[in-house]
Design a protein around this ligand. Structure first.
Ligand code: FES
Length: 174
């Protein structure tokens, strides 16, 4: 206890101690908040949100796994590719409509790809013949690896209207 100039008794010391504890608590809380904030930023930096896309290049088995005259939908969902085998060659068509990018449906009974969005139609070889699609489907680079497996590389496309389907990298002889 102490006295003030008016000779009154006060409780200065306990009040000061309480005040100190209060401010110390606030200080620690602020410190922990700042450190926690930096820690969460650091964790976000170390573990960013990353979208894992399927690989752009993939193996697609041996040629004899594909039936002559048929369209294989084996890699449609995972890689967005139809593999078409004709009597003398195999090629990989992109499953992307050249109108506005929808995914056409392969209709074996009519031997065509039909886009559900605006009705574009494409022959089995990818050439457009009906609807608003302005050009054929695109083909991807296709070749063999050392084990004789088909490898498709989606980083390289071939467009019919540019004469690129004659490029030997746009098909394999089979
Ligand atoms: S996106 Fe295929 S017809 Fe429009």
């Amino acid at each position: 206890m102490s006295s003030n100039p008016n000779n009154q008794t006060t409780l200065d010391q306990p009040v000061e101690r309480r005040s100190f504890i209060k401010w110390a608590t606030i200080g620690w809380a602020a410190f922990i908040g700042v450190v926690g904030g930096y820690a969460s930023i650091l964790i976000r930096y170390l573990f960013p949100n990353v979208l894992f896309e399927p690989k752009q290049s993939f193996r697609a088995g041996k040629p004899d796994e594909y039936v002559i005259g048929e369209v294989s939908e084996r890699f449609k969902d995972l890689h967005g590719v139809w593999i078409v085998r004709e009597t003398d060659k195999i090629y990989a068509l992109a499953t992307v409509c050249t109108h506005l990018g929808c995914t056409p449906t392969w209709m074996p009974g009519e031997a065509k790809f039909k886009c559900p969005c605006h009705g574009s139609g494409f022959y089995k070889n990818g050439i457009n013949f009906e609807g608003p699609a302005p050009r054929p489907l695109e083909r991807y680079l296709i070749g063999f690896n050392d084990s004789g497996e088909i490898v498709i590389d989606k980083t390289k496309k071939f467009q019919y209207e540019k004469g690129e389907w004659d490029d030997p990298q746009s098909f394999i002889a089979a």
